[in-house]
Design a protein around this ligand. Structure first.
Ligand SMILES: [Fe+2]
Length: 397
């Protein structure tokens, strides 16, 4: 059982917990790998870290997606990095072993002299899995995992009406931030209903937080809230971007699920965003946000932005305007506000006097529940002395 309904502080600060999570959470679940349109033409590939595994997703010659562990079966060298386009072969940079796009070993330099009895069919790339779900690419390190449909079955009805394929990516909206906080602090902030009306009083007031509905469904979190009256009264004018055409007025609102572990979706009347939290270390994470919008001409975007400017000028304000202009709490930007509190919280966790106070019964219930879910994944892998041992490590860090 989880003591006091909370994960131990070390779970947010200590390398051993981080390693256990990498092995038993991020290496055993479906991982976000990109958007469907990232991989279209034969030879296009991306490499993705999924817990302890680096996985390549590549389009084969029949335009089918293939996924392999990004490891040469010869000496273990990583084959491909980041993303790009190759021709017909994946070639290991170390000794030029060549594989075709279905992962079969095709040629080995100086085979006759160096490897007299090498049977190439035993040295293909190790298969992983790739699947498409809601316009996103997902990978799994195993060749036959729980299907993506089954993994997301419980959250499926809570994903909102957005048809991701009909939207186009807005490159200007791309956000990449390295945040000095454990990935769970960022998740817990994302699912914390209690802070919305406080921290974001001047930045997320276009939604009616008092009417939010949320719950965990399996390990995933469902969240929906309606538009605030002042904003929705003249939505065609107030929306910062052109409204998404295929969403009916009756369905307007914000769908903000958090898919376990660490992939948030934020889907509104005018945008659809994926908020990918990538754990880098116990106290460091990267967040990559990609946003899709209704396809329109540049002029339409510009005129919508101009039309809505007065609404945003009047309704957006800083949490604390006494701060210097470059302070996150003076930014009037909800992402900067969130990053600020996550980093402050991470700092406090290493204080010897830190202990969590009372937790809001309704608004912070998702935070407690998330901690239980994480605990279910990791607790059986902590040995009896682990907590004590971890406490010492943490202090020494
Ligand atoms: Fe927030």
């Amino acid at each position: 059982m989880l003591k006091n309904n909370r994960l131990p502080v070390n779970a947010y600060t200590c390398d051993k917990y981080f390693a256990i999570e990498q092995q038993h959470i991020f290496s055993t679940t479906w991982a976000f790998a990109g958007l469907k349109e990232d991989l279209v033409k034969p030879g296009q590939y991306i490499s993705v870290q999924a817990g302890l595994n680096n996985i390549i997703v590549i389009v084969d010659e029949n335009t089918q997606l293939q996924a392999f562990h990004n490891i040469c079966p010869h000496r273990g060298t990583q084959l491909l990095a980041a993303k790009g386009q190759i021709n017909k072969h994946i070639t290991c940079p170390y000794h030029d072993w060549r594989f075709d796009l279905s992962g079969k070993l095709r040629s080995v330099p100086k085979k006759v002299r160096e490897f007299k009895n090498l049977d190439k069919k035993h040295f293909g790339l190790t298969k992983a899995s790739v699947a498409l779900w809601h316009g996103m690419l997902w990978v799994h390190p195993e060749p036959n995992p729980t299907s993506i449909a089954q993994w997301f079955a419980d959250i499926e009805p809570h994903m909102g009406p957005h048809q991701v394929d009909k939207l186009i990516e807005a490159p200007d909206e791309l956000v990449i931030k390295d945040i000095h906080a454990n990935w769970k602090i960022i998740v817990e902030n994302y699912i914390d209903h209690y802070h919305l009306a406080q921290l974001h009083v001047g930045t997320l007031n276009m939604y009616d937080h008092a009417k939010a509905k949320f719950q965990f469904v399996g390990p995933h979190f469902a969240f929906w809230e309606p538009l605030a009256k002042g904003y929705s009264a003249n939505l065609e004018r107030n929306s910062p971007l052109p409204l998404i055409e295929h969403i009916d007025k009756s369905q307007h609102g914000a769908w903000v699920p958090m898919l376990f572990p660490g992939v948030g979706i934020s889907a509104t009347e005018s945008t659809w965003s994926v908020f990918h939290i990538i754990p880098l270390a116990a106290n460091k994470s990267r967040v990559v946000i990609r946003t899709k919008v209704q396809p329109c001409s540049d002029l339409t975007y510009l005129s919508q932005s101009m039309r809505s400017a007065m609404y945003w000028y009047k309704s957006t304000f800083a949490k604390d305007d006494k701060m210097s202009a470059d302070h996150p709490l003076a930014s009037g930007d909800f992402l900067q506000e969130d990053i600020f509190v996550c980093e402050q919280l991470q700092k406090s966790l290493t204080s010897p006097i830190y202990k969590p106070g009372p937790s809001a019964e309704f608004g912070e219930s998702p935070v407690r529940e998330h901690q239980h879910i994480v605990w279910q994944y990791i607790s059986k892998h902590l040995n009896d002395n682990a907590e004590q041992e971890i406490a010492v490590t943490s202090i020494n860090n």
